[in-house]
Design a protein around this ligand. Structure first.
Ligand code: GAL
Length: 411
C-alpha cells in the first residue's frame, strides 16, 4: 500500500514538468461567473494547479463593469491579487503607467510570444513603451447574432439568414408570444450591440473611421444615421427582455422565449452548458449575416508587482501555463473563444467556432473598441446607449448628436 502511494507520488512528479519548487497560492481575479465561463476558467485553474501551485479563485460576479473598478482599486490601494483578467486593450494602461504592474518581457522573449501569438495586435495591446505587460488568453469577437431555432419554428417562419430577415420575422415572433431580441440591462450590452450593428450595416471602414480615427464628421454623418435607425429597431424588438445579465438574456434564447440575441461569442459557452448544438438547436450569424467581420479583442491576464518572491515566480509559471497549447485548446473550447495561437489542434471546434476561424483566416478583422478607446470614452458610450435603449422618447437623431460629441472628445 505504502509502496503504491509512493509510486503514485513519483508518477505525479514525473508528469509535472514545470513542478514548482514550492507550492504557492496565487489569487486570480476575473468576472467569469456564468455557467459557460465558470466551466472555462476551471480549465485555467486546472492547468495552473498541475504546475504544483494553487489557483485561488477570485471570481467577481456582475460582469466586467462591476469587476474592473474593484480590481483596479485593490491594485491601487495596496491589496493586489496575484493575477487579474482585463480585456485586451487599454483597461490596465494607467496601472502600468503608475508602475504597479509586472513587466513580462523576459518571459515573453524566452517563450517566443512574438512568434506564436496571432494576430500580433493582441501582443501590441499588451505592450507599453516596448514592454509586455499581459498574457492574452483568447480572441473573443462581439459580432454575432444567436438565434433560437425552436422560437422560429414555433412562430412558423424560417430561421433568418441576416439582420433584415430577422427584423422582418419579428412580428411573427411577437404573435407567438416570443420576445424578438433578448437584451440585458447592463450598459455594456447596449453599447456592444450598437457597435455590432455599425460594422454590419456601415462596414469596416466606417467603424475604423469612427473608433480608430475618431472622425466626428463620419460619426455625425449619413452612414451612422442608418446604424441609429437599426438601433431604433433593435430597441423596439428588445422591449420586454426584463433581464440584467447577458447570460440571462442568452438563456431567453436557449429556452426559446426570445428569437435572438446580439452578443459576443462567449454566448457559445452557455449553449454548450445547456447541451445545445450549433446548427441544430441554435444558429449563429457572424456579422449579423450581413458583413462577416469579427473583432479580435478578448481577455488577457495582468500581474500586479508583488513583493513576495515566491508569488512573483508563480506569476511567471501562470503566465506560461495560460499560453500552453493544451490549456489554450481546453479553455477556448469551453469559452467559445478562439485560441491566441494558430499552432493548436482545434479538431473539436463546433460550427460557429469554425465560422469564426474562417473569418479570422481571411483576415476580415477589426480591433475591439476596448483596444481603440480609453476606458473613459467607453464608459460615455455605455451611458448613452443604455439610456437610448431604455428610453423610447430619445430620438435616434438626438442620440446620434450625442454620439458624435463623444467621438469628437474621445481619446
Ligand atoms: C467580456 C469578456 C468575455 C466575457 C464577457 C461576459 O468582457 O471578454 O470573456 O465572458 O465579458 O462576461
Amino acid at each position: 500500500m505504502k509502496l503504491r502511494s509512493l509510486a503514485g507520488a513519483l508518477a505525479a512528479t514525473v508528469a509535472l514538468p514545470f513542478c514548482a519548487a514550492h507550492a504557492t497560492d496565487l489569487e486570480v481575479t476575473h468576472w467569469w461567473t456564468s455557467g459557460g465561463e465558470a466551466a472555462a476558467v476551471a480549465e485555467l485553474a486546472k492547468a495552473f494547479d498541475a504546475t504544483g501551485n494553487k489557483w485561488v479563485d477570485g471570481a467577481i460576479a456582475g460582469s466586467g463593469g462591476t469587476a474592473r473598478p474593484i480590481m483596479i482599486s485593490r491594485i491601487t490601494g495596496g491589496d493586489p491579487m496575484g493575477a487579474t483578467q482585463f480585456n485586451h486593450g487599454r483597461q490596465a494602461e494607467e496601472l502600468v503607467q503608475a508602475g504597479l504592474m509586472r513587466d513580462l518581457t523576459d518571459l515573453a522573449t524566452r517563450e517566443n510570444w512574438k512568434e506564436i501569438i496571432k494576430p500580433s495586435s493582441l501582443l501590441d495591446s499588451c505592450t507599453i513603451e516596448g514592454k509586455i505587460y499581459c498574457a492574452p488568453v483568447n480572441i473573443h469577437s462581439w459580432q454575432w447574432l444567436w438565434l433560437s431555432n425552436a422560437a422560429f419554428k414555433k412562430a412558423g417562419v424560417p430561421v433568418p439568414k441576416n439582420w433584415d430577415e430577422f427584423v422582418a420575422a419579428a412580428p411573427a415572433l411577437e404573435k407567438a408570444g416570443i420576445i424578438p431580441l433578448a437584451l440585458g440591462g447592463q450598459p455594456w450590452q447596449a453599447a456592444g450591440a450598437f457597435d455590432v450593428l455599425m460594422v454590419a450595416i456601415a462596414g469596416k471602414d466606417v467603424f475604423e473611421n469612427v473608433f480608430a480615427k475618431k472622425d466626428e464628421e463620419v460619426a455625425a454623418g449619413p452612414e451612422i444615421a442608418k446604424v441609429f435607425k437599426a438601433a431604433d429597431d433593435a430597441r423596439r424588438l428588445s422591449k420586454g427582455s426584463n433581464v440584467q445579465d447577458w447570460n440571462q438574456a442568452t438563456n431567453l434564447v436557449i429556452t426559446g422565449k426570445a428569437g435572438g440575441q446580439i452578443m459576443g461569442d462567449w454566448a457559445q459557452g452557455e449553449f454548450q452548458v445547456a447541451g445545445q448544438k450549433a446548427g441544430v438547436d441554435y444558429t449563429c450569424l457572424p456579422g449579423l449575416g450581413v458583413n462577416e467581420v469579427i473583432s479580435t479583442g478578448g481577455d488577457a491576464f495582468y500581474f500586479p508587482l508583488l513583493e513576495d518572491e515566491e508569488k512573483s515566480k508563480a506569476q511567471e509559471v501562470l503566465a506560461s501555463a495560460l499560453l500552453n497549447p493544451k490549456t489554450q485548446v481546453a479553455f477556448n473550447l469551453k469559452k467559445g473563444s478562439l485560441p491566441v495561437r494558430a499552432d493548436v489542434d482545434l479538431a473539436a471546434a463546433n460550427d460557429c467556432m469554425r465560422k469564426g476561424l474562417d473569418i479570422l483566416a481571411k483576415g476580415n478583422v477589426i480591433q475591439a473598441t476596448d483596444q481603440l478607446l480609453s476606458p473613459d470614452s467607453q464608459k460615455q458610450k455605455e451611458d448613452l446607449f443604455s439610456e437610448f435603449f431604455a428610453n423610447p422618447s430619445m430620438t435616434p437623431e438626438d442620440a446620434q448628436k450625442r454620439f458624435a460629441e463623444i467621438i469628437a472628445a474621445a481619446d
